[in-house]
Ligand binder design. Structure first.
Ligand code: GLA
Length: 378
C-alpha cells in the first residue's frame, strides 16, 4: 500500500487515495443477468488496487505494471483498444450522468489475472468510478457506479454484458454470496456456510475473448427467442418463459435459438434450487447442479472449450469434488470446484498432472473465498 503511494508520488508528484476493487466468482446463474434472471456471485480476495488523484487539468495519465502508460484528455474520450478504453469509458459514463469531473492520474496494481473470467475489467471500472466519485465529491450511489461500469463495457469495449460482475464487485460481502434478481436489481446477502469446504478455481489458461462477437450473439439469440414468444404471450424476458412455451416455439425459432433459450430457462431454475441446497448445507445436491450448469453451457449455450470440459471431467473423475463447472462468460477462463479442504493437495496433483499430459501446460489454481466489495483503503 505504502509502496504504491510512493510510486504514485514519484511518478505524478501528488498524493493519491487508494481504492481496493475485487474480482468475482459466480456460484451459479450464468448468462442469466441479461435475461432478467437470477445469479449467485460473490466478490473474492483477488483484488486490484487503484491509486488516484486529480491532475489539476483536463489531462489524464494512467499507468499499470505490465500494461504500460497512456495519456489522454477528457475532451477526447472514445473507444480505444486495451485498458485505456475502459478508463475512458468510465469517465464518459460519469459525464453522461451530468456529473462533473476533472482530469486525473491513475496507477493500478492488480492481483486479478486477466482473461481468466474473474472480471478484472469490472474491478477496474467499478474501482475507478468509486475513486472518481470520491476525489471529485460526486457522492454517487453504488448502483449508479454499476451502471457507469456497464456503460463502459457496452459502449467502449463493445460487450453487451449484464450487471452481475459490477454488482458482485461493488456489493460483495465477506463470507457471503449475493442472491441477485435482475428483474429489479434487488439482492439478498446469503452467508455461505462452507464449513471445511473450499472453493477452488482452476485456470485453463485459455484467454476468453468476450469482446469477440460470441457473447453478443448469445444475447441476440435470447432476445430473438423472447421476440418470437412475445408475439403470442405477454413476455418481456426469458424470466417469464417456461419450457412448455419454448417447446411450442421450437419449430419457428430453430434449433440454435431454442437451445440457447432452454439453457437460460433451466439455469434460472437451478439458481432457485441452489439457494435452497446451500441453505440446507446439501453440497452433494448443489454439486449436481454445478455439473448440470456445465453441461448446459457446453452443449446448449455452446460457450465451452475442450480445456474447461477436460478440467470438469478430471475433477469429477478424481472423486474429490462435490461439483465443478466452467465459470463466467465462457470460451476459456476458470472452472469452479467445491471440495473438502483436506482434499485440496490431492486434487491439485491429480488435475495438474492430467492437464499437463493432455495440453502440455500446467493450469493455475486459486483457492478463493467470498470477500468485501469495493472500498477505500485508509
Ligand atoms: C460475463 C458478463 C456478465 C455475465 C457473465 C455470464 O462475465 O460480463 O454480465 O453475463 O459473463 O454469466
Amino acid at each position: 500500500m505504502e509502496n504504491l503511494k510512493k510510486k504514485f508520488k514519484s511518478r505524478y508528484g501528488n498524493n493519491p487515495i487508494l481504492i481496493s476493487a475485487p474480482g468475482r466468482i459466480n456460484l451459479i446463474g450464468e448468462h442469466t443477468d441479461y435475461n432478467q434472471g437470477l445469479a449467485l456471485p460473490a466478490a473474492i480476495g483477488r483484488r486490484m488496487t487503484l491509486a488516484i488523484a486529480p491532475s489539476g487539468s483536463r489531462r489524464c495519465r494512467i499507468f499499470a505494471d505490465g500494461y504500460g502508460q497512456a495519456e489522454f484528455s477528457l475532451d477526447e474520450l472514445k473507444p480505444v483498444p486495451g485498458w485505456m478504453g475502459y478508463v475512458m469509458g468510465v469517465a464518459a459514463g460519469i459525464v453522461r450522468q451530468g456529473l462533473k469531473i476533472g482530469g486525473f492520474d491513475l496507477m493500478v496494481e492488480s492481483g486479478i489475472p486477466v482473461g481468466a473470467g474473474l472480471s478484472s475489467s469490472a474491478a477496474l471500472c467499478c474501482g475507478l468510478c468509486f475513486g472518481l466519485s470520491e476525489i471529485f465529491g460526486l457522492k454517487m450511489h453504488r448502483k449508479e457506479m454499476a451502471l457507469v461500469a456497464q456503460y463502459a463495457e457496452h459502449q467502449f469495449a463493445g460487450v453487451r454484458c449484464g450487471l452481475m460482475d459490477q454488482y458482485a464487485s461493488l456489493f460483495g460481502k465477506g463470507g457471503s454470496a449475493l442472491f441477485l434478481d435482475f428483474r429489479d436489481l434487488d439482492f439478498k446477502i446469503v452467508p455461505l456456510q462452507l464449513g471445511e469446504r473450499v472453493i477452488m478455481l482452476v485456470n485453463s489458461g485459455v484467454s476468453h475473448e468476450l469482446a469477440g462477437t460470441a457473447y453478443n450473439k448469445r444475447r441476440e439469440s435470447c432476445e430473438l427467442g423472447v421476440k418470437l414468444i412475445s408475439e403470442r404471450y405477454p413476455v418481456q424476458s426469458l424470466r417469464e418463459v417456461g419450457l412448455d412455451m419454448l417447446d411450442e416455439f421450437r419449430p419457428k425459432a430453430g434449433e440454435e435459438v431454442y437451445k440457447r433459450c432452454r439453457y437460460v430457462v433451466e439455469e434460472i431454475e437451478r439458481v432457485k434450487q441452489a439457494v435452497v441446497f446451500l441453505d440446507e448445507g446439501d453440497y452433494r445436491s448443489f454439486g449436481e447442479l454445478l455439473y448440470s450448469t456445465h453441461r448446459g453451457l457446453s452443449e446448449d449455450y455452446e460457450v465451452g472449450c475442450s480445456e474447461t470440459d477436460f478440467l470438469v471431467e478430471a475433477a469429477a473423475e478424481s472423486g474429490l469434488v462435490h461439483g465443478a463447472r466452467m465459470m463466467g462468460g465462457g470460451f476459456g477462463g476458470c472452472t469452479l470446484n467445491i471440495l473438502e479442504g483436506s482434499n485440496t493437495d490431492a486434487f491439485r496433483e491429480i488435475v495438474q498432472e492430467k492437464y499437463l499430459a493432455r495440453f502440455g501446460k500446467e493450469p493455475d489454481f486459486y483457492q478463493v473465498a467470498p470477500a468485501e466489495g469495493v472500498f477505500m483503503m485508509l
